[in-house]
Design a binder for this molecule. Structure first.
Ligand code: ADP
Ligand code: MG
Length: 339
């Protein structure tokens, strides 16, 4: 398979009509997009690099394609944006294009990417393709979304007194990854993408859009590096401190299986859950679920004071301890593969 054939395969699988903001998709020198009136365009890019973000002998190609798109989508969700189009720059080792197993890998990768894209009506509208001189796959994705002018949810809007919420459950992705690493063998077939928080995370698009539309959040971001690390970003951007009630943390059932100590660690520091972490006025009546995703109040924001920790964990017995950002190094330091 050559580059032209590959691009033709990509073009055939992409359905630009899925999103009416796309005037022209793959095939010309540029794509043409038309954002709705009174909107702003939001742009995010994410690198997916073999042996850093995935391993060919561990992750099925459908998972690599899914995760590549999910990471960008989750950034849009975190700002309440509506996705319009994705652009993908791919560097592939020559051996991938030459061998049958390599072509199957590419087909699987695009299958994973397109299934998630169809779900959220965000087609590929362009990209670039190159042979990789190293024997490594690189996929760089750019996502564009729109939000009503001036309304995108930022990290900087949390105020002392606001409550802290998280969507879904935490620690599932880290728990599934450690189970995969313990097996040391690739899952070849997956019956369903449900229930695989590491392999097939679900970006919270509808929830993010609803938070914006219904004015439910003062600040928001997605949990990509781990609750402790991402909450620190939110605190710093907003100039506030935060307290987390340990007993309130919604811990994923896969993490619970690890036992209480490791479960707590996965929920606090395990990244890649792609849930939304957001602030809202304490008096606001928050629904128990938004767009079908449960929402849990896990703490509060307090004024920032020098000498006081930026983040505090309150144990079930009431004991306060400082919480340090501890985004978890998923893989051993020897084989440094991480998101
Ligand atoms: P050019 O040389 O003008 O950049 P290309 O041959 O690289 O054109 O690309 C032709 C068309 O195919 C363009 O519309 C481009 O956006 C699209 N394209 C190329 N590679 C990819 C890819 N990996 N994913 C999606 N679209 C791609
Ligand atoms: Mg090009």
């Amino acid at each position: 398979m050559g580059e032209l054939q590959l691009i033709e395969q990509i073009r055939r699988a992409s359905h630009p009509s899925q999103n009416k903001a796309i005037t022209l998709g793959i095939g010309d020198d540029c794509a043409i997009l038309r954002p709705p009136p009174n909107s702003e365009v939001l742009v995010t890019t994410d690198i997916t690099l073999e042996n850093r973000h995935f391993r060919r002998n561990l992750h099925p190609p459908e998972s690599v394609g899914h995760r590549c798109l999910a990471r960008g989508l989750s950034d849009l969700a975190a700002m309440g944006a509506t996705p319009i189009a994705a652009f993908l720059s791919l560097a592939l080792p020559g051996s991938i294009l030459a061998e049958k197993s390599g072509q199957a890998w590419i087909t699987g990768f695009f299958k994973g990417l397109h299934i998630l894209g169809e779900l959220h009506r965000v087609p590929l509208a362009g990209g670039d393709t190159s042979e990789s001189p190293a024997n490594l796959i690189l996929a760089d994705i750019v996502l564009l979304g729109t939000a009503p002018k001036g309304k995108a949810l930022r990290r900087s809007g949390a105020r002392p007194g606001d409550a802290l919420y998280v969507t879904g459950q935490l620690g599932g992705a880290a728990a599934e990854l450690s189970a995969l690493l313990a097996r040391r063998r690739r899952i070849v077939r997956i019956a369903t993408i449900d229930g695989h928080p590491h392999l097939f995370p679900e970006p919270r698009m509808d929830t993010g859009e609803a938070l914006l539309r219904r004015d439910l959040a003062t600040a928001c971001l997605d949990v990509s590096d781990g609750l402790s690390t991402d909450l620190a970003h939110l605190c710093r951007a907003s100039g506030v401190s935060a307290e987390i009630e340990q007993a309130a943390l919604p811990i994923h059932p896969l993490a619970r299986k690890l036992g209480p100590h490791r479960a707590l660690k996965a929920a606090l520091h395990g990244g890649e859950d792609y849930e939304l972490l957001f602030a809202a006025p304490a008096k606001l009546r928050m629904p128990g679920s938004i767009a079908g995703v449960p929402v849990t109040r896990i703490g509060r924001f307090i004024p920032k004071r020098s000498g006081r920790p930026m983040m505090t964990l309150i144990a079930p017995d009431g004991n306060h301890s400082p919480l340090e950002p501890g985004g978890w190094e998923h893989f051993s330091t020897r084989a440094k593969t991480r998101r």
